[in-house]
Write a protein of this length. Structure first.
Length: 170
């Protein structure tokens, strides 16, 4: 289906890094839980696009997770998380690995306008859509941008809070 896509990135692009984290692979399930509970996303709206686990010394895990929340008929907020985890095995009770975590979070407000009919493909429709975008839909998109920023911050704070609760390793 042909369509016009308008994308606006959130103003903040947080990055979380942590060194010497006990069982760092446990952070990934927690991230999914934060998306569902704190960011109020439906679990069916989480899409693990990449999951690569490389064995060796050290073990490496790379995950690219996207999640989205539909706002109206044409617009959704898309969250993209790029997660890198490095695991070093250790022999301690209750701790199998110690490692490093690097998480990038990106939020985008996407609006998709259909272009199915000849009218929707015409220049007249483009002029109407531009007017609609400026006069009527602009305030609503600003509201969606604020939601995007709020939930990116909530996600960042939830992940950082979880990392802060883990025992410190030296």
């Amino acid at each position: 289906m042909a369509r016009i896509r308008v994308e606006d990135e959130c103003e903040i692009l947080p990055r979380i890094t942590a060194k010497n984290v006990p069982n760092p692979h446990s952070v990934y399930p927690e991230i999914k839980e934060i998306l569902i509970s704190r960011c109020k996303l439906n679990p069916s709206r989480l899409n693990e696009r990449v999951y690569e686990h490389t064995k060796g010394e050290p073990e490496k895990i790379h995950i690219f997770l996207e999640a989205w929340k539909n706002k109206d008929k044409y617009t959704r907020i898309l969250y993209e998380l790029d997660i890198d985890i490095v695991l070093h095995p250790v022999n301690k009770p209750n701790i199998k690995f110690v490692g490093d975590i690097d998480i990038e979070i990106k939020g985008t407000v996407e609006t998709n306008y259909p272009q199915k009919t000849a009218l929707q493909k015409s220049i007249v429709w483009d002029a109407f859509r531009a007017f609609y975008e400026k006069a009527l839909y602009g305030d609503l998109r600003e509201e969606y941008m604020e939601d995007c920023k709020k939930y990116v911050i909530r996600l960042r704070d939830g992940i950082q809070g979880f990392l802060d609760l883990l025992p410190k390793m030296t």
